[in-house]
Design a protein around this ligand. Structure first.
Ligand code: FES
Length: 272
């Protein structure tokens, strides 16, 4: 701790209080590999999901609805029988109905503690890796506009939980066949099952969730259920990065699966 408070502009590795080392960093390993891989992965997902969100087509193939398009909140979506269709936006909404709903999972992931680390490193080089100086001269952290909004993460968590609930409902509906008869299973049902398990695991492993469940307690002994839950969520939380990637890939694959079946590229193989 310093007794003097450093102002933001004094920060950074070229600041007056820092050792004068000329080399930009002293790492000899391929430190750039991880941020480059992260940036490439995130960029691929952004391109894919943007195309699919704006496509406004091929998101429904009975009994599957793409996770990008559920729930249906406008009149202009193809309604799934028995599915989560609430046309609260009525007929004036003319754009893709996915845009109405994707705001929530997008906000959740954008403000997620892990994704922040990932894109600060991958896209902004702030810093690109441990012990590698960032190119920026100033550092104001997340205290100013727009990054101060990262603090909204807890509220996006509250929104992400019902969205995961709706995707769970869609997974239950996937146990029908194309004529909406119950008690069937296809490859798509399996794809949806894997996806929903990963979505829940990612959502529940959230740092905000862990704090909501077990934070600010003075005596764990007085709250045995919260304590147990907190311990369990802590274990999931340790895998948060892995779950962030696994669920990002699985949600894109679930959408791609529906796209392939809906566009006629592929027939959903049925087990029974
Ligand atoms: Fe990643 Fe909350 S910290 S989802």
């Amino acid at each position: 701790h310093t007794s003097r408070k450093l102002s933001h502009s004094e920060g950074g590795v070229r600041g007056a209080g820092r050792a004068a080392i000329a080399a930009p960093h002293l790492r000899t390993d391929r430190w750039w590999l991880q941020p480059a891989g992260t940036a490439a992965g995130l960029f691929a997902f952004i391109v894919y999901s943007t195309w699919r969100a704006f496509a406004n087509a091929d998101y429904y193939a009975a009994p599957y609805v793409s996770p990008f398009y559920s729930p249906c909140l406008a009149e202009n979506c193809e309604p799934m029988k028995g599915g989560p269709n609430w046309e609260i936006f009525g007929s004036w909404w003319g754009l893709s109905p996915a845009l109405l709903i994707l705001i929530f999972p997008l906000g959740f992931r954008l403000t997620c503690y892990y994704y922040r680390k990932a894109y600060y490193r991958g896209f902004w080089a702030s810093p690109p890796a441990c012990a590698v100086a960032e190119p920026h001269k100033k550092y104001s952290g997340e205290t100013k506009f727009p990054l101060v909004f990262q603090n909204m993460h807890r509220y996006f968590f509250y929104a992400a939980v019902p969205v995961a609930g709706i995707l769970t409902y869609d997974t239950v509906l996937a146990f029908r066949d194309e004529n909406y008869e119950w008690g069937h299973m296809g490859l798509g049902t399996l794809v949806f099952l894997v996806n929903i398990v990963l979505i829940w695991a990612y959502t529940l492993s959230c740092h905000s969730c862990r704090h909501i469940v077990g934070g600010k307690l003075k005596h764990f002994s007085k709250h045995p259920v919260r304590y147990r839950t907190w311990q369990w969520i802590g274990k999931l939380n340790a895998r948060h990065m892995l779950l962030a990637w696994a669920s990002l890939i699985s949600v894109a694959l679930a959408d791609l699966y529906v796209y392939l079946v809906a566009s006629g590229a592929f027939d959903d193989p049925r087990f029974f």
